[in-house]
Design a protein around this ligand. Structure first.
Ligand SMILES: [Zn+2]
Length: 101
């Protein structure tokens, strides 16, 4: 996917159209760990319910691994106030920034 590295867009903070910089936000690891409350609930619920369908590993994890492309987080950064705006989150293999004239 080819994108221009600069784009004219409206900044709500400045209230004007400025030449924003297009950037791909780095993917951060989302903490999937359980909190104290979730741990306590799990412990208290031990011995209840069956070990059937809901005891299995969710299918979504394997489904995600089979995808060949990833969703990229594209943002626009205002040059004057440095506020970042979400541009779009398309599904693509790689992002290439082309210098805008
Ligand atoms: Zn701004």
């Amino acid at each position: 996917m080819k994108l221009p590295d600069r784009m004219k867009a409206y900044c709500k903070k400045c209230g004007a159209h400025t030449l924003h910089r297009v950037r791909q936000e780095k993917t951060r690891h989302r903490g999937g760990g359980m909190g104290a409350t979730a741990r306590n609930t799990k412990r208290n619920r031990r011995g209840y319910g069956n070990q059937g369908k809901f005891s299995k590993k969710p299918v979504t994890a394997t489904k995600m691994a089979s995808k060949s492309s990833k969703k990229v987080d594209l943002r626009l950064e205002c040059p004057t106030c440095h506020k970042k705006w979400v541009m779009s989150r398309p599904r693509t293999k790689r992002v290439e920034f082309v210098r805008a004239q």
